[in-house]
Design a protein around this ligand. Structure first.
Ligand SMILES: NC(=O)c1ccc[n+]([C@@H]2O[C@H](COP(=O)([O-])OP(=O)(O)OC[C@H]3O[C@@H](n4cnc5c(N)ncnc54)[C@H](OP(=O)(O)O)[C@@H]3O)[C@@H](O)[C@H]2O)c1
Length: 287
C-alpha cells in the first residue's frame, strides 16, 4: 500500500521507519542497526525518517544520517528509498535544545548533505520551533535552501495549528511530523490531523507506538490487548494499524532497534481493524 507525501507527489510505502533508536543513547551495535535498515528495505519499506541530532551528543551529530547513507549504499537502494531528515536542534551534553536560527539551519543542512552523501535532501523538516526565533525566519531559511537546490521538499515538526499556518505563509509545507499514537491523540482531538488531510499535507506521527520510553505503556492497555488477541497480532501492530486507519495522509514511522520490530510494523499493514475496534481505540486517550 502506497501513500503520498502530501503535495510533493512522492509516493511511499504506507509504513516508514523512524531511525532515532539506532543512534541515540542505548543504540544497538552497528551491525544490528544495518540489519534493521536492511530488513525494512527488503520488507518493501522505502521511507526513512532521520535527523542530524539522532546521535549521542553534539560531538556525534550526523550519526544517524551516516548510518542510513551507508546502509542504503550497501543495499544498492539509494534510488528507491526516500529519506527525510531535520534541522533546528542541538545536542549539548546529550540534551535536546532548539536552535532555529537561519545560519544554523544552513550550516546543519550542509552537514546533513555530507553525512547522507547526497546532492539534495528529499524532505527536510524544521525539527521544532525555536521560541527565540520567529518561525517565519526559520522557514525562510529552509525556502532559501530549497531555492539553492539543497532540499527538494519542506516539512515542519512539533507544531500546533497556528504555527503550521505561519509556516505555510512562508513555504510550501508537504508534511507535519508531530507526536501521535493511540495513547496520545492530541492532533486528532484538535483537528490538526484532519486539517492536514484537507490541505494535502502528509501527517507523519512520531513516537508512533508510544515513544522511545513510553511504548511500554501500550502493553498495559486491556483494550489494545483484547483487539490484538482477536487478530492474533501484538499490541504494537494494533497501534500501527490504528494510525493507518486515521486517514490516507497518515504515514506512521515506527522506530526499531531490533529486526523483529521493523518486520512486525511492516506486517501491520495487513491488519484490517473494524469500525467498532477503531472507535474503541479512538476513545482510549483523552488528548
Ligand atoms: N520530530 C520529533 O521531534 C521526533 C521525536 C521522537 C521521534 N521521532 C521520530 O519518530 C520515530 C518513532 O519514534 P520512536 O522511535 O521514538 O518511538 P516508537 O515508534 O513509539 O517506537 C518505540 C519502540 O517501540 C518498539 N516497537 C516499535 N514498533 C514495534 C513493533 N511493531 N513490535 C514490537 N516493538 C515495536 C521499538 O523497540 P526496539 O527498539 O526494541 O525495536 C521502538 O524502539 C523515531 O525513530 C524518529 O524518527 C521524531
Amino acid at each position: 500500500m502506497k501513500r503520498r507525501l502530501g503535495s510533493s507527489g512522492i509516493e511511499v510505502h504506507a509504513v516508514g521507519l523512524g531511525a532515532m533508536a539506532l543512534s541515540i543513547a542505548g543504540r544497538p551495535p552497528q551491525a544490528q542497526a544495518l540489519a534493521v535498515i536492511r530488513a525494512f528495505v527488503e520488507g518493501g519499506g522505502n521511507f526513512i525518517d532521520t535527523a542530524n541530532v539522532y546521535s549521542l551528543d553534539d560531538t556525534d551529530i550526523g550519526h544517524s544520517e551516516r548510518l542510513v547513507g551507508r546502509a542504503l549504499d550497501a543495499l544498492g537502494a539509494r534510488d528507491q528509498v526516500v529519506v527525510a531528515t531535520k534541522g533546528g536542534l542541538r545536542r549539548p551534553h546529550g540534551q535536546w535544545v532548539s536552535d532555529g536560527r537561519p545560519h544554523w539551519l544552513r550550516e546543519s543542512c550542509a552537514a546533513s548533505l555530507r553525512a547522507l552523501g547526497v546532492q539534495r535532501i528529499d524532505l527536510y523538516h524544521l525539527h521544532a520551533v525555536d521560541p527565540a526565533v520567529p518561525i517565519e525566519d526559520s522557514m525562510g531559511a529552509l525556502v532559501r535552501l530549497q531555492e539553492a537546490g539543497w532540499i527538494a521538499h519542506i516539512g515542519v515538526s512539533n507544531v500546533d495549528a497556528a504555527q503550521l499556518e505561519r509556516a505555510r505563509a512562508v513555504a510550501q509545507v508537504v508534511s507535519v511530523q508531530n507526536r501521535c499514537n493511540v495513547l496520545e491523540q492530541r492532533d486528532l482531538r484538535s483537528g490538526l490531523l484532519a486539517r492536514c488531510a484537507r490541505d494535502d499535507i502528509a501527517y507523519l506521527p512520531h513516537s508512533s507506538v508510544g515513544g522511545h520510553h513510553g511504548h511500554v505503556r501500550l502493553r498495559e492497555s486491556k483494550v489494545v490487548a483484547g483487539i490484538a488477541a482477536r487478530h492474533g497480532v501484538t499490541p504494537y501492530q494494533v497501534a500501527v494499524a490504528w494510525l493507518l486507519a486515521q486517514g490516507e495522509n497518515v504515514i506512521p514511522i515506527p522506530g526499531a532497534a531490533r529486526v523483529e520490530s521493523v518486520r512486525a510494523s511492516l506486517a501491520a499493514l495487513r491488519i484490517l481493524l473494524t469500525p467498532a475496534e477503531i472507535a474503541a481505540l479512538d476513545a482510549l486517550a483523552d488528548g
